[in-house]
Design a protein around this ligand. Structure first.
Ligand code: PEP
Length: 254
């Protein structure tokens, strides 16, 4: 089976691999990416490494930030704007990760503002949405996912195919509890259908990634689902073999 959208595999290193280990890993991943690869491979190192990783991967691997500030400049100590991330070599930025929502009080409104700022500057956002375990058990998965999606969909609609959406059920992140292929596909299909209500082109071109305990041995089953266009990977992105195992699964379905 070949996918209607080019698969995208993104590794979110979070607060890890921030020294020479990160540079070495980025170099090793770039060495495994082919010039005519059928998959887009992206790494999101800590901000302090963005510039050096961008140089090391030399365009073979996309570089993503893990966060961005919504303003272009000003008195916001400790923050980085979309323009600054571009200058550091980023092409992508992860926005609204559940850890940002949980530990840094990021709201749907803020996610919208950050997504707009990223797109305006020319960065490609990977916007994360997903329900908690309590919300799933209360039967509110689609209600929550639709609310989070509706918050920013108006800002991605004029640039179809530029932003990616990551569906990451919070209960599956870093827990080893992966959603079943069917659970993931059901939500991905609902997201795509919701996008179709905005524009057919947006729905057709938007890559919807799955995230939550993706590993080399469960990636193929997930990526084989019709509406799963890639993966946002945390733990398994920290080592070459486990990350490339997922990239190889994506190559099989591309
Ligand atoms: C993530 O943090 O985006 C993630 C999906 O983590 P993990 O793969 O470790 O569950």
């Amino acid at each position: 089976m070949s996918k209607p959208r080019r698969p995208l595999i993104a590794g979110n290193w979070k607060l890890n691999n921030g020294g020479q280990d990160g540079i070495d890993l980025a170099r090793a991943i770039a060495a495994e990416v082919r010039g005519n690869d059928s998959v887009d491979v992206v790494v999101a190192p800590p901000a302090s490494l963005l510039h050096r990783v961008s140089e090391v991967v030399a365009g073979k691997v996309g570089v993503s930030a893990q966060n961005v500030h919504q303003e272009a400049s000003g008195a916001f100590t400790g923050e980085l704007s979309a323009g600054m991330l571009l200058f550091a070599g980023c092409k992508w930025v992860i926005i609204g990760h559940s850890e940002r929502r949980q530990f840094f009080a990021e709201t749907d409104e803020l996610v919208k503002a950050k997504t707009a700022a990223a797109l305006k500057a020319g960065l490609q956002p990977i916007v994360c949405i997903g329900e908690t375990l309590a919300e799933r058990e209360a039967g509110k998965t689609l209600e929550v996912v639709n609310r989070q999606l509706d918050a920013f969909s108006s800002v991605i609609k004029d640039k179809p195919g530029v932003a990616a959406i990551a569906y990451e059920p919070v209960w599956a992140i870093g827990t080893g509890k992966v959603a079943t292929n069917e659970q993931a596909q059901e939500v991905h299909a609902a997201i795509r259908q919701r996008l179709a209500g905005i524009s057919a082109e947006l729905s057709r071109t938007t890559r919807i990634l799955y995230g939550g305990s993706v590993k080399a041995d469960n990636a193929l089953g997930l990526l084989n689902q019709e509406d799963i266009d890639g993966a946002l990977v945390g733990g398994a992105s920290l080592k070459l073999d486990s990350f490339m195992g997922i990239v190889n699964a994506a190559r099989q379905v591309a």
